[in-house]
Design a protein around this ligand. Structure first.
Ligand code: PEP
Ligand code: MG
Length: 840
């Protein structure tokens, strides 16, 4: 047999590999090498199985020689990657009338009949392809059930049930080989990443029946809890059973370890249980993985049938990897590689328990991860009232604006009808670490009536309870069980190992002291973007911001700016202090006006009071200032060029805060960033004024300081003209939100309405606001970076759009040689891990 490379008895030395015989065969060989009690097994190679499916009749004499003549056999699939699946196992091959009689003597009629019955029925369905309902009428077990099943088989096929073991085995092998070639099996495995020509191996194993005299049965055992990843013996065992019977729904399986809730294997068969634990521990060490052990007990003795990688939740995957490395089983770098960075999002937030029942109402865009349950409210005022009562609430809006930020602060989650990955609600939600779903356009948002209508017609009103799963984008009715965040020592350990490998810096986008503190806690290496207009979302301040925007005379504006200066100086000083000498990049005002104009009656009334004007005047001015295309209107540097006093005030606040904060510790070197640049002259104009403010502050205080001036590259023209922009700047930070918007001509606030249809139909592989578009936007990044660097080799390059927290996008930035990426504080750990994996 050893001369035939296609059918191989699994021994320690046999030439068995995952890419010729499949992962199961390879794993079984490892178990044999460990001298575990594995029943005799023969592996058929991919080629052998392929030949069988092509109609060749295999010569099984050599295979059958390996097993005792009376042995029952089972056949199980062995694909290269166990995740690709395969046809179900077929057990008890070799059962026939004669074996039934023999086994009835040795193990009892009931047990022998159960073995034969199982084989007849699975052979009938999987090999003879009979309809399973042929057996529906048979409600007796044992001898009677068996006789009825054999009769049903004969009636349906007009043939007696095959009695020859060799003939049975060939038929089983052929049916499994052909099942693998079927269209649905093919599609299913390709969806899991299998190549079109993925092969199937099969393993033929001697059966240990699991039924009979003494303690017999089957089950699975794991050394961890697959949901939490914490050490704990989990699994099930069922006496007088085979295969995966113990896992069936409703079966009265036993616990493994002693358990107050019921009977356990430890009590029924203590020696077998102790042996199993030892075998499982050895498998963990030698296979370098947490394995699920599939076992059979035969009269108190343990046999190991198989080992498969434990299916696990994201948090379990992290804990498993870290514990394996801490136990010296794998190196730390491997632990870092084993954790999917995307999955960290789940760990950093509460989430819906993986086993919880989900009453899903609709799915929108998963804009900010984590899950929260609360009563729905439709206005920010209601959200604040609810928070004051200590009642968790979900803020439901068609879309959000700065007026809603106070409501967002008060809410535990946010749901909007409109918007995409970079819309207002999404950006603020991520910043606050608040679960958020945007673009839930299949729901009807009847905000006036204060009700939501789900696609299935169910209506939810103020006070009704919903759950927002911002990780999956699912809006759920009611209150499913939750799993808490897992920011434990394990997480910190993994992050430490990741940082040791990383070669691109990670900063955070932080607008408030709270954001900055979160950024510090997650060990961001500075602030890469402080959106200063976001410092005015607080209701008390929003009004001042609006007064400034509305000021028509220069003296009126100056008066407002004077009030703004100390606020900003305090803001910046706080950020500098929290960041303790880490770089802080402050972006000058970039308010898309539509986000700051009061749209509600209350907002307009408040502004009228502040400006001492009739409401009708305010309405008229809101109308006059309303832009057709505000994202391409008077924002960013255009505001700085046309109303320079605003940037003057901000520069002064930054420099005064710099001197203040430098008194307490190491000198602060602030970074000042100009947004939405598209022309060299814009930079020249703003730079000249900021330099003169710096000189004035230094003169007034009699103290010199350094600062770095940079430009945000977020228009296609700024990329194209980077060569003439870079020499005037210390850094170029690519704002990929606007750059994506402008490259595609795709509104970041409206894209949510059709994004899912676009992705579904393959127009976009992914939402380009979520994963950086390597082909288009990436090309502009490359061009801008090359031209900028050629003109100014010292220029610091970075990305500060939302893509900075996305692993695929970080890979692009790293390849382009960027110095850092900057992302929402809660995504910093994801970015740290993703960047480390790129470096390993
Ligand atoms: C960007 O455009 O990528 C950016 C970071 O700026 P904002 O999202 O504030 O427009
Ligand atoms: Mg921008």
């Amino acid at each position: 047999m050893q001369n035939n490379p296609h059918t191989t008895l699994i021994t320690s030395e046999a030439p068995v590999a995952a890419n010729t015989h499949g992962g199961r065969a390879k794993c079984l060989q490892r178990l044999v090498r460990l001298e575990l009690p594995v029943p005799r097994t023969v592996a058929l190679s991919f080629d052998a199985v392929h030949q069988i499916s092509d109609g060749q009749v295999p010569d099984l004499a050599a295979v059958l020689e390996q097993f005792e003549q009376t042995a029952l056999l089972c056949v199980r699939p062995s694909s290269e990657d166990p995740d690709w699946g395969g046809p179900g196992a077929i057990l008890n091959i070799g059962m026939n009338d004669a074996r039934y009689v023999d086994l009835s003597d040795s193990m009892g009629v009931e047990a022998a009949a159960a073995l034969y019955l199982r084989f007849v029925q699975s052979y009938a369905v999987h090999v003879a392809r009979l309809d399973p309902d042929v057996f529906d009428e048979i409600d007796s077990d044992g001898r009677e059930g068996l006789q009825e099943s054999l009769r049903a088989y004969e009636d349906e096929t007009d043939e007696a049930f095959p009695q020859d073991r060799g003939e049975q085995l060939i038929a089983v092998l052929r049916s499994m080989a052909r099942a693998w070639e079927g269209t649905s099996a093919r599609l299913l495995r390709q969806a899991k990443g299998a190549p079109a020509d993925a092969g199937l191996g099969l393993v033929i194993q001697e059966m240990i029946p699991g039924v009979g005299q003494g303690e017999c049965g089957s089950g699975v055992l794991q050394l961890i809890d697959p949901t939490t990843g914490l050490p704990q013996i989990t699994g099930r065992y069922l006496s007088q059973s085979q295969g995966r019977d113990a896992l069936g729904e409703g079966v009265a399986a036993l616990y493994l370890e002693k358990d107050p809730r019921g009977k356990s294997l430890e009590e029924v068969a203590p020696k077998a249980f102790a042996d199993l634990k030892t075998h499982a521990a050895l498998m963990r060490v030698k296979l370098r993985e947490e394995m699920q052990v599939e076992f059979v007990i035969e009269n108190g003795h343990v046999h190991i049938l198989d080992g498969v990688r434990v299916q696990r939740s994201a948090r379990a995957a992290m804990r498993i990897a870290v514990r394996l490395a801490e136990d010296g089983i794998i190196p730390p770098q491997e632990a870092v590689m084993r954790v999917d960075p995307h999955s960290l999002n789940e760990l950093l937030h509460r989430q819906v328990h993986p086993d919880a029942e989900r009453d899903t109402l609709t799915t929108g865009i998963a804009a900010s991860p984590g899950a929260a349950t609360g009563k729905i409210v439709f206005t920010s005022a209601e959200a604040q009232a609810s928070a004051a009562r200590g009642e968790p609430c979900i803020l439901v809006r068609r879309e959000t604006s700065p007026e809603d930020v106070r409501g967002m602060h008060a809410a535990v989650a946010v749901l909007t009808e409109k918007g995409g990955m970079t819309s207002h609600a999404a950006v603020i939600g991520r910043g606050l670490g608040l679960p958020c779903i945007v673009g839930a356009s299949e729901m009807r948002f009847q905000t006036k009536k204060k009700q939501l209508m789900a696609p299935d017609g169910r209506v939810f009103k103020t006070g009704d309870t919903l759950t927002i799963d911002g990780s999956s984008g699912q809006v759920l009715a009611g209150r499913p069980t939750m799993l808490e965040a897992a920011l434990d020592d394990c997480f910190q350990t993994l992050m430490g190992w990741a940082d040791a490998e990383r070669d691109i810096a990670i900063r955070a986008n932080a607008d408030t002291p709270a954001d900055a503190q979160t950024a510090r806690n997650f060990m961001a290496q500075g602030i890469g973007l402080c959106r200063t207009e976001h410092m005015f979302f607080d209701p008390g301040r929003l009004i001042v911001m609006r007064e400034m925007i509305f000021a028509q005379t220069s003296s009126g504006r100056e008066a407002v700016l004077e009030r703004l200066l100390p606020m900003q100086r305090d803001d910046f000083a706080q950020l500098f202090r929290i960041m303790e000498g880490q770089p802080v990049c402050i972006r000058l005002f970039d308010p898309p006006l539509h986000e700051f104009l009061p749209t509600t009656r209350t907002g307009q009334r408040e502004l009228a009071e502040a400006l001492d004007l009739p409401v009708s005047d305010v309405e008229r001015r809101v109308d006059a200032m309303t832009e057709y295309n505000p994202m391409l209107g008077l924002r960013g540097v255009r505001l700085g060029v046309t109303v320079p006093e605003i940037y003057d005030m901000q520069a002064r606040a930054i420099f005064e805060a710099t001197l203040e904060a430098s008194k307490d510790g190491a000198p602060v070197v602030p970074e000042v960033m100009i947004p939405l640049v598209s022309a060299k002259r814009e930079v020249e104009l703003v730079k000249a004024r900021i330099d003169s403010v710096a000189a004035a502050v230094a003169g007034e205080r009699g103290q010199e300081f350094e600062y770095r001036l940079g430009v945000m590259v977020e228009t296609p023209r700024a990329c194209l003209r980077a060569a003439e922009i870079a020499p005037q700047t210390a850094f170029l930070s690519f704002g990929t939100n606007d750059l994506t918007q402008m490259t595609y001509g795709l509104s970041r606030d409206d894209a949510g309405r059709f994004m899912s249809a676009y992705v579904r139909q393959g127009v976009f592989v992914e939402d380009p606001f979520h994963v950086l578009d390597a082909d288009g936007v990436g090309e502009l990044l490359k061009l801008g970076a090359e031209r900028g660097r050629q003109a100014q080799p010292e220029v610091t390059l970075s990305v500060c759009g939302e893509h900075g927290g996305n692993p695929e996008s970080i890979a692009i930035c790293r390849e382009l040689g960027f110095d850092y990426v900057s992302c929402s504080p809660f995504r910093v750990p994801v970015a740290r891990l993703a960047a480390a994996q790129l470096a390993i």
